[in-house]
Design a protein around this ligand. Structure first.
Ligand code: Z5A
Length: 229
């Protein structure tokens, strides 16, 4: 086993019987927030208790970090960026996520998690996947979702969807097409490191088609005879 393979062995889903940890990933405009609303409604209709959290943020400390990063007018060093996102993540895991998952029948859904760090800081900022994984090998950052839905779109579609929305651009949205291309490569790298956890779904399809694919995977995970969690 190579170094990366050994490192990956450290990462595990949290051991809370009857609860599930999910995350959604993708570049801007991939449809994460849209799908999370549909998934939440679906799971609630099946009597799960659903908690949706976003990164960075979700705690008062994390929301301050979110403001500091996404509102920054000046460049932030990639190493600082990586640690700021990791700090927000560790806080959210301990203050909120682990307590919620301790209640059986709960599904915690994250809007972005470690794969965003692999894509944005690892590939986009050039720190490399191994650096991101090493930073996350200590508990609680070593906790992994049971399943991650990566909504895959290309940078051109991301730009088109951002344009339709016409919201003010934040720190990352000001980057050019080349940066977005690197993000797509970063997500592909995450997929190759965690092939069992991450499901890639074509995010350029209509909302309903994307949801149906997610639902199929969720149904297998939640209602199959031998649950994986
Ligand atoms: N970041 C990082 O660098 N490192 C890290 O470790 C973490 C984060 C955790 C947080 O952004 C930023 O932090 C992010 C990465 C960085 N970079 N940026 N910017 P955020 O939370 O503020 O924003 P976002 O995650 O990128 O959200 P988003 O732009 O809203 O994207 P989305 O949630 O995936 O998309 P959406 O809101 O569901 O949909 C976007 C639009 O497309 C909207 O008008 C929809 O109606 C439309 N849409 C959605 N689905 C479809 C389909 N299927 N067809 C057609 N139209 C659709």
């Amino acid at each position: 086993m190579n170094d990366l393979g050994q490192l990956v062995e450290n990462f595990r889903p949290p051991a809370f019987p009857g609860s599930l940890f999910l995350s959604f990933e993708g570049i801007e405009g991939a449809g994460k927030s849209t799908q999370i609303v549909s998934v939440k409604n679906y799971l609630e209709s099946r009597d799960f208790r659903v908690i949706v959290l976003r990164e960075p943020g979700g705690t008062s400390f994390g929301e301050k970090l979110r403001q500091a990063i996404l509102g920054s007018k000046n460049p932030i060093h990639p190493v600082s960026e990586m640690h700021l996102f990791a700090s927000s993540r560790a806080q959210l895991l301990t203050e909120v996520t682990m307590k919620e998952l301790n209640v059986p029948g709960t599904v915690v859904i994250y809007d972005r998690y470690i794969d965003s760090s692999i894509a944005y800081q690892g590939k986009g900022r050039g720190l490399g996947t191994e650096t991101i994984l090493r930073t996350h090998q200590t508990f609680p950052l070593s906790l992994m979702p049971h399943k991650t839905f990566y909504l895959k779109i290309d940078p051109e579609l991301s730009y088109r969807r951002q344009k339709v929305r016409n919201a003010p651009k934040d720190y990352f949205e000001k980057q050019g097409l080349e940066f977005y291309q690197k993000l797509v490569e970063g997500y592909e790298e995450a997929l190759s490191v965690f092939p069992k956890r991450i499901c890639a779904i074509d995010g350029s399809q209509g909302e309903k088609e994307v949801f149906n694919q997610i639902k199929e995977i969720l149904d297998q995970l939640l209602f199959q005879e031998q649950k994986e969690f």
